[in-house]
Design a protein around this ligand. Structure first.
Ligand SMILES: [Zn+2]
Length: 327
């Protein structure tokens, strides 16, 4: 039987590049790319992607399970669906990336990186997303699934791209149902896959960080049960599960810490967890001519990484904001 992940891991094209069952028609669009269209009318067009970072295995396995149940006719498909395994070469190598981080390259930013398999793939993914949504009148969504490398005080969270139009209430309902701990709102455009689909395809789009991943086959997929139920409900057009936990917390990016000098110093230990709370006045980072001290009573650190290349983001500082910020 057709298995997108097995084919991608083997670096093979399928013998049959399209097929159908009683519920769906499917088309293989290239390495790690599968379009599945329901036979019935649909009201949503959804992109589900994973493996933009190749070592983030759990979401790749989840996504592949969903595809297999759809292709086997075991679950109904209520939306037009594009499945993307983002970085096949890195997935095969079990690495985050081989040359450069693809999730900085979207929106044409791949031109700013040295030519590599990843710059080529980022450009291809932009074209595939544009083609999938081209002329599509259904409501558009993109969920880009990741797992974090470091510990996190709030283990499961979504990151909303900067956009000037309101965020989709339908997407926010899904994120609530997925039992996320937090949402982070970007305050500036960026090179992420989800920012691209928001800005260039007008999709309701979100990056999801779903916990920590292990090698293929070693993941405890139970850890991902809530996101599993919520996105399966989306794909099959079923009612969303009710949120079991406490309300999700909302943060906004206050400041991106850009590394401008090799003398950049971040005053956090290497194992500082995401969403570690920092108190006002704390010296957080410094480089020649510049320092950053915590401005508000509390700020929170996200993705601290002083080892990034010059010109890239060495971390983000967040403030907590009310839910009304979303509307
Ligand atoms: Zn990732």
């Amino acid at each position: 039987m057709f298995d997108l992940l097995a084919l991608t891991l083997a670096g093979q094209a399928p013998a049959n590049q399209q097929g159908e069952n009683l519920n769906v028609r499917w088309r293989w669009l290239g390495e790690g790319l599968l379009e599945i269209t329901p036979r019935q009318a649909y009201r949503q067009a959804v992109v589900l992607s994973a493996g933009i970072h190749g070592n983030e295995t759990a979401p790749i396995e989840l996504l592949n399970q969903w595809v297999n149940t759809l292709l086997a006719g075991e679950r109904p498909l209520a939306v037009r669906l594009l499945v993307v395994l983002g970085n096949p070469a890195a997935i095969r190598a079990g690495k985050r990336y081989l040359h450069s981080d693809m999730n900085r390259m979207f929106g044409g930013r791949y031109r700013d990186f040295n030519h590599s398999g990843e710059t080529v793939r980022a450009q291809q993914l932009e074209q595939v997303i544009a083609a999938f949504f081209d002329g599509e009148e259904a409501e558009r969504f993109h969920y880009d699934l990741h797992t974090a490398i470091r510990e996190s005080r709030l283990p499961r969270f979504g990151i909303l791209p900067f956009q000037t139009r309101p965020y989709s209430a339908d997407m926010l309902a899904v994120l609530d149902a997925a039992d996320l701990d937090a949402l982070v709102i970007h305050s500036a455009p960026g090179g992420t896959f989800s920012h691209f689909s928001s800005e260039h395809a007008a999709a309701a789009s979100c990056t999801l960080e779903l916990g920590k991943a292990k090698p293929f086959g070693s993941n405890d997929l139970q850890q991902f049960a809530a996101i599993n139920r919520a996105l399966q409900a989306v794909v099959s057009g079923e009612p969303l599960p009710s949120r079991p936990g406490v309300a999700l917390r909302l943060f906004r990016v206050e400041q991106s810490l850009i590394k401008r000098s090799e003398d950049f110093r971040l005053h956090l230990s290497d194992d500082t967890a995401n969403f570690t709370e920092l108190k006002q006045g704390t010296l957080l980072c410094e480089q020649p001519g510049e320092e950053y001290r915590v401005q508000h009573a509390s700020e929170w650190i996200l993705f601290p990484n002083p080892a990034v290349a010059l010109g890239l983001r060495a971390g983000m500082v967040l403030t907590e904001v009310p839910r009304s910020t979303l509307y």
